[in-house]
Design a protein around this ligand. Structure first.
Ligand code: MLT
Length: 267
């Protein structure tokens, strides 16, 4: 695998960088890391350059104190792209990665050639969701990531994945357990502080693909449908049989939807 560790904005940022040509940046969800994109990197790096960073506080990237906001993470990604000599890219993200992709679009509009929003939403948290995030942050710090993994896994994955795909369950559990409590708490506080970006959607004027697991219980298809309706010309595909981590649960379907989009929409 190509890639490495870049020193940007006072942190060490780990990333994969594979393939050549037009760049596709893939931003992982919470509390995962860039390894969730392995099947996408393998399949798509034959035709595009895939850059997949570990977001602040995840995987091999430094955790910092205080809230790791979506804007902070987006600025980290922009700094990495500067280091790698990538000007413009298709920017895709799953769940928290989608929040970061929308923040990136808002901050660095000229660097976004196309958007991929997977299992995500544009709304901010409700007050109740903010309270739950803070409780979860404290729990991660006091009890560790095992408690977080046990609480999250049943909601993250489709029933069929939980029942019949132990290797997928273990992969997702392994990513959660590999995240430091400090990194997870910072991201939870950053997500709680994120702003509502629904007003941004109508002004998105780059090709946009929305993907969602048909059984996503955390950001259900109705949320994706609302984004599709709000973003002019957006295309949407539902990944049957997948839950919230649709790219890991159904990689072949996810990859072919993404490849079709890249072939038809991205010059
Ligand atoms: C994720 O998968 O990134 C999280 O479910 C996002 C969230 O908690 O809002």
């Amino acid at each position: 695998m190509g890639g490495g560790v870049a020193r940007v904005r006072g942190i060490e940022l780990a990333y994969d960088d594979e393939g050549a040509g037009d760049a596709l940046v893939l931003l992982h969800g919470f509390p995962f890391n860039r390894s969730m994109w392995r099947a996408q990197v393998e399949a798509l790096s034959a035709s595009v350059r895939v850059v997949a960073p570990d977001l602040r506080g995840h995987g091999g990237t430094t955790a910092t104190e205080g809230a790791a906001t979506m804007e902070e993470m987006a600025r980290d990604v922009a700094a990495l792209l500067d280091e790698l000599g990538v000007g413009r890219a298709t920017v895709g993200g799953l769940s928290m990665g989608g929040y970061v992709a929308l923040a990136f679009y808002e901050l660095f509009r000229e660097r976004v050639g196309a958007l991929v929003l997977a299992d995500t939403r544009a709304e901010a948290d409700t007050e109740e969701a903010r309270r739950t995030r803070e409780e979860t942050a404290r729990r991660a710090l006091s009890e560790g990531m095992q408690a977080i993994a046990d609480a999250m896994l049943p909601k993250l994955l489709a029933p069929a994945t939980l029942a019949a795909r132990p290797e997928t369950v273990e992969l997702v559990r392994g990513m959660i357990l590999g995240t430091s409590p400090e990194g997870a708490a910072a991201a939870l506080r950053g997500m709680a502080a994120r702003k509502d970006r629904t007003a941004l959607l109508a002004g998105i004027d780059v090709p946009t693909l929305i993907l969602v697991g048909g059984e996503d219980a955390l950001t259900p298809p109705a949320m994706s449908e609302a984004m599709r309706g709000a973003i002019p010309g957006a295309r949407m595909e539902v990944i049957g049989g997948a839950g919230h981590v649709s790219n890991v649960e159904r990689p072949a379907e996810f990859n072919s939807a993404l490849a079709r989009f890249l072939e038809s929409e991205v010059e």
